[in-house]
Design a protein around this ligand. Structure first.
Ligand code: ITT
Length: 198
């Protein structure tokens, strides 16, 4: 089985990705690869941050790898928290990020939002990117206990439950990450179909 390092420190992401890949690729986490590094996300776009993460790990390990950067974009807040989703609140804790989002959206009539994921794959030194989007709405209080991050306040179009009220397989019917992963899988299968190649 081919091996890929997943350049993330987020265990929830690893579990979701492994559920999608169902053993077709051997995914090694940073921890399992013996890489103890907090990779910076200094840029203004998901694309640049994802590239920074995958390139950093590729240069460090010399091994094929991928990363992903995800942002929650709301219409009422003109795209916020977007690329700053992980550190929207000062503490960066999920509970505080969600509390700040609900506070800022208090009374907003337009609750439309989307999760956007950009995967950056580095294969033999070349980078490829794959995007996945999930449209939905932000409700005004938390519901459910599964998942992570903003899941308790996000209801995807086509369902009435938040992501946090779904199990992983149910979330993956709608998920931004799953859609981007499907493109990655198709690409790895035939090495074509990337959104853009640098
Ligand atoms: P890595 O950079 O190590 O991969 P991270 O947790 O910092 O992990 P991101 O920068 O991509 O990941 O995440 C941005 C924020 O969006 C962060 O607060 C996550 O909790 C949240 N987030 C990402 N994917 C999500 C999802 O599927 N559901 C809910 N929240 C999500």
């Amino acid at each position: 089985m081919d091996t890929l390092i997943f350049a993330t420190n987020n265990e929830h992401k690893v579990n979701e990705v492994r559920a999608v890949l169902k053993g077709r690729w051997d995914i090694i986490t940073l921890k399992e690869a013996g890489i103890n590094k907090d990779i910076p996300e200094p840029h203004e776009t998901l694309e640049e941050n994802a590239r920074e993460k995958s390139m950093t790990i590729y240069h460090l390990s010399g091994k094929n790898c991928f990363s992903e950067d995800t942002g929650l974009e709301t219409e009422a807040l003109h795209g916020e928290p977007g690329v700053r989703s992980a550190r929207y609140a000062d503490t960066g804790s999920a509970a505080d990020n969600v509390a700040k989002l609900l506070e800022n959206m208090k009374g907003a009539g337009n609750r439309k939002a989307r999760f956007r994921t950009v995967i950056s794959l580095v294969l033999h030194g070349l980078e490829y990117q794959f995007e996945g989007i999930c449209n939905g709405i932000i409700i005004d209080e938390k519901k459910g206990h599964s998942g992570f991050g903003y899941d308790p306040v996000f209801v995807p179009d086509g369902d009435t439950r938040t992501f946090a009220e779904m199990n992983m397989d149910e979330k993956n019917i709608f998920s931004h990450r799953k859609k981007a992963m499907n493109k990655l899988i198709a690409f790895l299968g035939k090495e074509s179909g990337a959104d853009h190649v640098n």
